[in-house]
Design a protein around this ligand. Structure first.
Ligand SMILES: [Zn+2]
Length: 424
């Protein structure tokens, strides 16, 4: 009896062992299959990392073949507009980091746009003046009514209260402020006049449309080697805002509207740990100021004898003597869009009278695809050009977009967007 029992127990334990081994084997196979499947799903991201490597090499090569403008009457100043610090609202950014980022990018100007706070005049408290060659101007981002938001420079501590947007703009304009409609896709009060321009592109708005799953795996494979170029993965031409801007300028024969691009830098997107002093000790920060200031810039063009001061900067922006560019793909310094006829010479932002014909001239520092827009439609194009002349004999609002068509990954997205020349 006892022997039978032992035999049965022995058999049972052998059976259990065999079952266990079978289970383990199945688990092993499952694990291997899952690993294989995971690796398969990662292949596209490995290839995407190679694309960024190619993009990086092509940018370097392009940059080595930079040309300079023969016309030497103008100087190009580069800077950023729409920057927040910890002084106002939802930013953790330190003023010290903004200084460092401006210096690292050799910026000529930084336009701060602090959110309003109840107990602090944030535009007074933020950075003003020139430090290490960078001119800082303190401004505000103001929530007016509903979803209407404005960039007001220099800043204002005027309470918004219940003032309608149109009236608020008139008040600020009377006070001599420069006013831009921020986030035009959310702005409601289009009957308002008196603003100087539109923020047609905003990095933060663009980033909100990121496909997070794609970006997570792209980040996993590419962040270490190409943290800046990950921007190429999500940046888009701001089609809707450009359309609105074209419509506003084309339909108002007496009106000129400047386009700017906002970095909307907050230094508040990231994963990780910070020390008590605010330094990143672990993890990533996706939008450090230094990177944000490298990706996108506004350039203003002044006559050579005119120094860059707060007044000359704000006047140049008001006049639209400016363009914006995604300098991450190459610094666009040196781009120029001018118009001339027998009597006069004008630059982007200006009006010129049509008297027979007008010669529109474009210079870009790199060989590129130049598109001439008239009232929002592409009317002429040049490929592989650094200097191009378009002769026009029709009235209209003419502006330029430049594309780096050699860079496969971004060939359909603009590198430079200029302000218009109004042929009237
Ligand atoms: Zn903002």
């Amino acid at each position: 009896m006892i022997d039978d029992e032992r035999l049965r127990t022995g058999n049972e334990s052998q059976l259990t062992d065999a079952k266990k081994r079978g289970c383990l084997k199945r688990f092993g196979i499952l694990l291997l299959l899952s690993l294989l499947l995971f690796l398969l799903t990662q292949i596209p991201f490995i290839l995407r990392r190679h694309q960024l490597a190619r993009l990086s090499n092509s940018i370097e090569e392009l940059d080595s073949r930079r040309t300079t403008r023969a016309d030497d009457n103008y100087h190009d100043y580069k800077g950023v507009i729409h920057v927040h610090s910890m002084l106002g609202g939802h930013s953790t950014g330190r003023l010290e980091d903004i200084f460092k980022a401006a210096r690292a990018n050799k910026l000529d100007f930084v336009v701060m746009t602090e959110h309003g706070e109840q107990f602090v005049n944030t535009s007074d408290a933020t950075i003003h003046g020139t430090y290490d060659g960078t001119l800082f101007v303190g401004g505000n981002e103001i929530n007016v009514r509903g979803s209407d938001r404005l960039l007001v420079v220099p800043g204002t501590n005027d309470p918004v209260g219940t003032t309608p947007t149109a009236q608020y703009i008139e008040q600020q304009r009377a006070a001599g402020k420069l006013i831009f409609v921020a986030y035009p896709h959310e702005f409601q009060s289009w009957d308002a006049r008196g603003y100087d321009g539109l923020e047609v592109y905003n990095i933060y708005t663009n980033a909100k449309r990121i496909n997070r799953a794609l970006m997570f795996f792209d980040g996993l494979w590419s962040y270490n080697a190409y943290p800046d170029l990950l921007f190429a993965r999500f940046y888009e031409r701001p089609n809707e805002n450009l359309k609105r801007w074209d419509m506003l300028t084309s339909n108002n024969p007496s009106r000129r509207i400047t386009a700017i691009a906002g970095n909307d830098a907050h230094a508040n997107i990231g994963i990780g740990l910070r020390s008590d002093s605010g330094d990143q000790v672990l993890g990533f920060q996706f939008d450090p100021y230094e990177r944000m200031f490298r990706i996108l810039r506004n350039h203003v063009v002044l006559e050579k004898n005119q120094p860059l001061t707060q007044d000359s900067l704000l006047e140049a922006l008001r006049a639209g003597h400016s363009y914006f560019s995604f300098d991450l793909f190459s610094d666009a310094t040196g781009f120029l869009f001018t118009a001339e006829d027998a009597d006069e010479k004008r630059i982007m932002g200006d009006e010129i009278k049509l008297d027979g014909e007008v010669r529109l001239k474009v210079h870009t520092p790199l060989r590129s695809q130049i598109k001439l827009f008239r009232n929002g439609e592409v009317t002429r194009e040049a490929n592989e050009a650094t200097a191009q002349e378009f002769v026009v004999n029709e009235r209209g609002v003419y502006r330029i977009e430049v594309y780096l068509s050699q860079l496969e990954l971004i060939k359909d997205k603009p590198w430079i967007v200029s302000n218009p020349i109004y042929v009237r």
